[in-house]
Design a protein around this ligand. Structure first.
Ligand code: SF4
Ligand code: SF4
Length: 361
């Protein structure tokens, strides 16, 4: 039986947050497992109130809870998409650098560690150097995966451009989800999960959606169990989150989870990403209109700063750069939405085909 605890918190200022995290840490970090890596979601350089990244105040609560539990050999790392080359800037703008410096947490770079091979995935060997991984995802909708929670957050342990290769190898989101699930299982013995869902994101997540009060902290020693419990709590079908589907297709039993709700109920309606909507259509519609139901990114030249992050990360090489004019070839694009996700200037918009607009609401 897997265990998940859900707690309602409406503010990052609430000192009672420590009261739920400390016992969880004491129960799950055993003696001799005290070299700890904190792995928040640091997708890109966004201020904390945009809800793109794990909130620095939440991170600080976890750090204080660890210290109260007698654990202070602390490290932090993530690989922020195309922005890993400007890691310091991302850490500064997200407010994470300040919290780490203030609390003596050593910031490490995922890319500095030799990648090791897991199947056809490259994973930073940083994980081998640690006793315990504290996975600290942000609750967000996700254009490709439906939701990004515990399992998806581990993608940040794939160094830099190897993430692009993964999208290229697995343009089908179900297969990518399966790889991530397999990886999460391989490090389950040293991972504990603490979800930042106090302010989450819905709509066009993981970077362009709206911050929403989801008022939730979730704790579990199993990322998949936590993800399934949270998906249900949001009143979404379990399979809305692709990594959940991958887990269940691999034999994970969703009934083998004991959820302690602590009087928590969620009454709001989560807005789904339009780019994900095609996954929710009945299969006969998807098959009948296979070539007519699409959503393609396009660069707004007025907003584009020519930073070229999208150009560098596009796994399909669908983005051309002619004298600093960046354009997307929609015939090559396979709709992974990586460019849309990482553009810090909202310079990429999504164009929906007529049939997409008819069926996806
Ligand atoms: S579209 Fe966005 S990510 Fe691409 S070059 Fe322009 S500003 Fe940079
Ligand atoms: S253009 Fe954007 S959505 Fe299309 S394949 Fe490239 S990164 Fe993915």
């Amino acid at each position: 039986m897997k265990h998940v605890k859900l707690f309602e918190f409406n503010s990052y200022n609430d000192s009672a947050i420590n009261n739920v995290i400390v016992p969880f840490l004491k129960a799950n970090i055993r003696d001799g497992k005290k070299k700890v890596l904190l792995k928040p979601n640091i997708l890109l350089a966004a201020a904390p109130d945009r809800a793109v990244t794990t909130h620095p105040m939440f991170l600080e609560k976890i750090i204080h809870s660890l210290k109260k539990s007698g654990i202070d050999d602390l490290f932090l790392a993530d690989s922020p998409g195309a922005h890993y080359v400007e890691y310091e800037r991302v850490l500064r703008i997200t407010g994470i650098a300040e919290i780490c410096i203030k609390n003596n947490v050593n910031i490490l770079k995922v890319e500095k560690y030799k990648p090791k091979i897991f199947g056809d995935m490259y994973i930073s060997s940083i994980i081998d150097d640690m006793d315990t991984l504290i996975n600290i995802p942000k609750l967000k909708t996700h254009s490709l995966m439906g939701l990004t929670l515990g399992v998806k957050n581990l993608f940040g342990l794939v160094p830099g451009t190897h993430k692009v290769q993964m999208h290229k190898n697995y343009p089908n989101n179900n297969k990518l989800a399966l790889k991530l699930y397999d990886f999460s299982k391989s490090i389950e013995h040293k991972t504990i999960n603490i979800l930042d869902g106090i302010i989450g994101m819905d709509g066009e997540g993981p970077s362009r959606g709206r911050p929403i009060n989801t008022s939730l902290i979730a704790l579990s020693d199993n990322a998949t169990a936590m993800d399934i419990a949270v998906t249900k709590m949001l009143n979404l079908p379990v399979t809305f989150c692709k990594t959940n589907s991958a887990a269940m297709d691999s034999g994970f039993d969703e009934d083998n989870i004991r959820v302690e709700m602590n009087n928590f109920t969620f009454k709001r309606k989560i807005k789904k990403p339009l780019s994900y909507g095609v996954n929710l259509l009945p299969s006969f519609i998807r098959q009948t209109f296979a070539n007519m139901i699409y959503i393609k990114p396009e660069i707004d030249q007025q907003k584009c700063t020519q930073c070229k992050h999208c150009y560098r990360i596009c796994p399909a090489k669908a983005i051309s750069n002619n004298n600093n004019i960046l354009k997307i070839d929609k015939n090559i694009c396979f709709e992974c939405f990586c460019c849309y996700e990482i553009c810090e200037y909202s310079a990429i918009k999504l164009n929906r085909s007529l049939i997409h607009r008819v069926f996806v609401k």
